[in-house]
Design a protein around this ligand. Structure first.
Ligand SMILES: NC(=O)c1ccc[n+]([C@@H]2O[C@H](COP(=O)([O-])OP(=O)(O)OC[C@H]3O[C@@H](n4cnc5c(N)ncnc54)[C@H](O)[C@@H]3O)[C@@H](O)[C@H]2O)c1
Length: 402
């Protein structure tokens, strides 16, 4: 038992054969802070027996009162100031896992600082604003040897993992095509969205590309493999918006509102990616299709619990066609921990699966990859994002060097 925090240390629990506690320090309490906290709370009783009991130790973010309120609401032992360095040097010095749910401009420095203190790290996506920043994070992850994971949570949708299992088993055969879109609508003119951090290059790095495109680029890496070359177009439809903090003043939007890209994979497959936050009617439309030699598959996040498959050699031929598979059986990924079949789960459960995986890796010294996205995977996704912007800028195809 740690005298300072009252939590059992990981090593002490393991020595006694008990489920160890992993003490969590979190940066950011808003959208992702809430999604991750929800997962930490569910893990001990839903992912039973859990690899570890997450303990919500310290949280920091913007604004003293807001952090204190978040700590109370989420059940963190302590609220820290809005300065992540003060948190990591001070009240969070006993944590085991640093969970970075901050905007993209506070991914690199705090995460590197935490790794150098020997903390395991979970960092929201995109791993960083540029591949150059991401590379620095990979280098420190390698030199410190801490467990590192980027929160590419769509790898942890049961249907997506089932598709990966099918690909690994050879059920699709050679893959010819990857076709992915991730579409939203919340910065269309009628929303009157001000210039928030997601529209500011100095904070976000890029626009729809890093926000949405990074997810489908990571899924392409996970399901199809490395990318050899890309070409792309990117567009900013509204170049000036009122500043979020001072609506009387206008600010320039210096990130892409939308991009489309073509790619060739190292294995010869051709792929397309499209992301936008201007797709009227599309709320969170994350959809991909893979066409293989023996089967094609299709996944749509809005149909979270299922995927579609078309088998070339389906018998009898008369009933051949696209089939919808409901991924809720006990033998499907993670399902044994949830409900009787057909009792569906949702988006927030991806974080439960993702963080359970990371805790297992931390406590049992397992590899985060290939199913979890390592910082190396985050870097590879950042390399593609940079190449897409470069291609759009120079109006030429760009070859990928990871
Ligand atoms: N995996 C996903 O599906 C998914 C979904 C949304 C966002 N994200 C990613 O999660 C990250 C956070 O996004 P969000 O939507 O939660 O953002 P948000 O704006 O809702 O929250 C950001 C949090 O960071 C804190 N913060 C901001 N600057 C800080 C600083 N300098 N020091 C300390 N705290 C600071 C804020 O107080 C706030 O609590 C981003 O990288 C985003 O790309 C991932």
């Amino acid at each position: 038992m740690s005298e300072e925090t009252g939590f059992t240390t990981m090593a002490a629990a393991k020595a006694k054969g008990e489920v160890p506690e992993v003490r969590v320090g979190m940066l950011g309490y808003s959208f992702m802070g809430k999604a991750h906290t929800n997962a930490y709370k569910k893990i001990p009783y839903m992912m039973y027996p859990p690899p570890a009991i997450p303990r919500l130790d310290v949280i920091c973010g913007r604004g003293k009162e807001a952090v204190a309120e978040a700590a109370k609401r989420y059940g963190f032992r302590e609220a820290c100031s809005d300065d992540w360095k003060t948190m990591l040097d001070g009240c969070a010095r006993n944590i085991d896992l640093f969970d970075n749910c901050g905007p993209n401009n506070v991914h690199m420095d705090p995460t590197i600082y935490a790794m150098k203190l020997g903390k395991h790290v979970l960092c929201e996506k995109p791993i960083a604003r540029t591949a150059e920043e991401a590379k620095q994070m990979v280098d420190v992850a390698k030199s410190t040897g801490v467990k590192n994971m980027v929160a590419f949570n769509y790898r942890f949708v049961p249907a997506v993992r089932q598709i990966r299992n099918l690909i690994d088993s050879g059920a699709l055969g050679k893959i010819y095509h990857w076709r992915a879109v991730y579409l939203q609508e919340w910065i269309l003119p009628h929303y009157n969205t001000p210039k928030i951090w997601r529209l500011d290059k100095s904070v976000a790095g890029s626009g729809a590309l890093g926000d949405l495109g990074a997810h489908i680029i990571d899924l392409a890496h996970y399901l199809v493999g490395g990318v050899k070359t890309v070409s792309a177009m990117a567009k900013t439809f509204i170049t000036e918006r009122p500043l979020a903090e001072n609506p009387d003043k206008m600010g320039t939007v210096d990130v892409d509102d939308a991009f489309v890209s073509l790619c060739e994979f190292e294995n010869g497959a051709l792929g397309t990616f499209e992301s936008t936050r201007f797709a009227l009617g599309r709320k969170n439309f994350n959809c991909f299709e893979i066409n293989g030699e023996k089967a094609s598959v299709r996944f749509n996040l809005e149909r979270f619990n299922e995927f579609e498959i078309f088998y070339r050699d389906h018998e009898p031929k008369e009933t051949s066609g696209w089939t919808t598979v409901l991924v809720t059986e006990g033998y499907h990924p993670w399902w044994a921990n949830w409900w009787p079949h057909g009792h569906v789960i949702g988006w927030e459960h991806t974080f439960v699966h993702e963080i359970t995986h990371l805790l297992d890796c931390i406590v049992n010294n397992k590899e985060v990859g290939p199913h979890g996205a390592t910082f190396e995977d985050g870097y590879r996704s950042a390399v593609i994002c940079d190449a897409i912007l470069k291609s759009a800028e120079i109006k030429k195809q760009v070859d990928i060097k990871y």
